[in-house]
Each structure stands twice: as C-alpha cells, then as structure tokens.
Design a protein around this ligand. Structure first.
Ligand code: UTP
Length: 305
C-alpha cells in the first residue's frame, strides 16, 4: 500500500461537512422561509440529530455549506443571551442544559456559502479549503437515523479497518433504485461491501444491485480533487456519487457499510411523518400518551369506514 493511503487510514476523522444549501422544494411552501434542516422532529430540529450523531463519532469541526435564506440555521447554534438569562433567573436549569447542546464552541463551526444550488457534489466541493488533506465525514441532515450506536460511529469504526471511502448503505425495494445512488458490489462481506462501481439513480432494469447509498459518507480528500474537474453528471447537477466512483480502483477503494439502524428520509413528507411517529413513540416523556392517542385515532377511523 502506498504511504499516503496508509496515512489516510490512520488519520482520525475530526471534520464533518453538513450540506444544507438545497432548495427543499419537496417541502414547499414551508421551506419558502424555513430551512428544511430547522424543521422539528418532536422538539429538536433535524440538524440537531445530525450534530449529535457527529459528536458521538468524534467529530470536532463542523462545516456547514449554506445558502441564501438559511440564517435561522446559523442563529440556532449561537448563544441566546436574553433567553438564557431569563431561564437562569427562573432557576430552569433543565432547560438551560437542553440549550447547551445547541451551542458550539467558538471556532468549532464554520460556514461556507454555495451561491448556486448545483448539487450535492458541488456543495461538498465548496468546503474543500476547510478540509485540507485529511479524510472527512459528510452528513445529510435530512436523513435521520435511529440506531443504538450512531450510524457515523459505526462507519468510523469500520473505516479504521478499510480506509479509503465509505458510504452508508441499505437495501431498498428494487423498483426504488432510481431515487438513490446504487452500489455495484465487488465483494460482499456481509456488513462491509467492497464496491466495484457506483451508479447514480439507475432505472430498476439498469441497477447493478438494490444496495443504496444514504446520507452518510467518509471520504478521502482525493474525492475533492475529482470534484474539481467534474463535468455535470446525471440530472444536470454535480454528483458526489460520480466523484466517489472514481476511487473504486484505488488500493483502499470504496466500501459500503450495511449499518444497523433505521433511516428516515426526512426530506420527504412521508419520511418526515414516519420519523415523527417513531421518535414520538420512543420518547419516555411522551411515548405512552402518544401511543394511546394513535390507538384511539385508528379505532375511530376504522369505525367510520
Ligand atoms: P436533496 O436532494 O434533498 O435536495 O439534497 P434539496 O434541495 O435539499 O430538497 P428537494 O429535493 O428540492 O426537496 C440532499 C442534501 O444535499 C444538500 C441539501 O441541503 C440536502 O442536505 N444540497 C443539495 C446542497 O447543499 N446543495 C445543493 O445544490 C443540493
């Protein structure tokens, strides 16, 4: 193995990119004024779930790729002096503790701007100067993953063995391949799969498998170099999948991790509703009451049919 690749394997992953510059058209009209990532799952915005997952995986530097109209997102991570002093005066320490999770240390968070929504690959490329020459994580906050061990943590551990690029992967219904990047499987080790190709949104009849890439990645800086000279790929956008695909023939290659957990596509209405129900039911403070409400609602609906 070349030295550079073995260094990449041993380097700790401390930086994560959060691309949040998309238009969120599937959630219009809400996303006309509210960034999708600020939409609330029970009582926390989507972005908070992604940040917590990244922290659990050892991430220390958080890079947001933002766009016009996303200032609510930037404000979310700032201190709120008036609110905090009011809570302190009233002795509401529990609420103050909850707010602490939203504050970032000075310098731990950086924002870069994507001034045109040219796709996920372009968004990641916008962060290139802040990443430098080390492996880094990418988390799409609209993919929320419920797992005993946070998904990115599972990936960091698996990546320590494989090096190279790693994507989170899950089986999807064969007729849904055209909504995902799909892995062409080279070697299937069960939990870890080595890819011999990656195809962006193939039609079911062209798909090499039904193992789909979801919104968690560990990437080598080489992917940024690939993005540098990317032409526009499928759908007119600069595709991250195409830039990762160029790495399959390197020594460390590209691996998919069949993570343990359930992924909710909170960028879609149905996924957001499913996540709301699942997260609501799993909350110790709300679950029992919410469950009996759902039972009653279902019974009333059945009776009315
Ligand atoms: P999506 O494919 O969900 O696109 O992006 P979108 O614009 O957010 O939403 P829809 O499809 O119009 O409803 C996946 C992730 O990539 C980011 C998004 O913010 C989201 O986290 N993204 C996408 C960018 O940062 N920039 C882009 O140009 C495109």
């Amino acid at each position: 193995m070349r030295n550079n690749e073995s260094n990449m394997r041993t380097k700790k992953i401390t930086k994560a990119v959060f691309p949040v510059a998309g238009l969120g058209t599937r959630f219009l009209p809400a996303t006309k004024s509210i960034p999708k990532e600020i939409m609330t799952l029970v009582d926390r915005p989507l972005i908070q779930y992604a940040i917590d997952e990244a922290r659990a995986a050892g991430i220390k530097e958080f890079i947001f790729v933002t766009a016009r109209g996303k200032s609510a997102l930037e404000d979310y991570f700032d201190h709120a002096p008036e609110l905090e002093s009011e809570l302190r005066k009233k002795g509401k320490t529990e609420l103050l503790d909850i707010l602490k999770d939203t504050n970032m240390d000075s310098g731990a968070i950086a924002y870069v701007r994507q001034n045109r929504a040219l796709g996920l690959g372009h968004a990641v490329w916008c962060a290139r100067r802040l990443i430098g020459n080390e492996p880094f994580a990418v988390l799409l906050p609209d993919d929320v993953i419920a797992a005993d061990r946070p998904c990115l943590q599972q990936m960091v551990e698996a990546h320590a063995e494989t090096g190279g690029c790693m994507v989170a992967a899950m089986e999807v219904a064969p007729q849904r391949t055209s909504s995902y990047g799909i892995l062409d499987i080279g070697e299937d080790g069960g939990t870890i799969v080595r890819a011999k190709g990656l195809v962006e949104k193939p039609r079911p009849e062209d798909a090499p498998s039904n193992l789909a890439i979801i919104g968690r990645y560990i990437l080598t800086p080489k992917v940024l170099t690939n993005l540098n000279r990317m032409k526009q790929g499928a759908g007119g956008e600069i595709q991250l999948t195409d830039a990762i695909a160029e790495e399959v023939d390197t020594a460390a290659g590209v691996h998919g991790l069949r993570f343990r957990g359930h992924r909710y596509d909170c960028g879609s209405k149905i996924g957001f509703l499913q996540a709301t129900v699942a997260f609501g039911l799993s909350r110790p403070d709300l679950g029992a009451e919410f469950e009996s409400f759902l039972h009653e609602l279902m019974a009333t609906q059945k009776a009315a049919q």
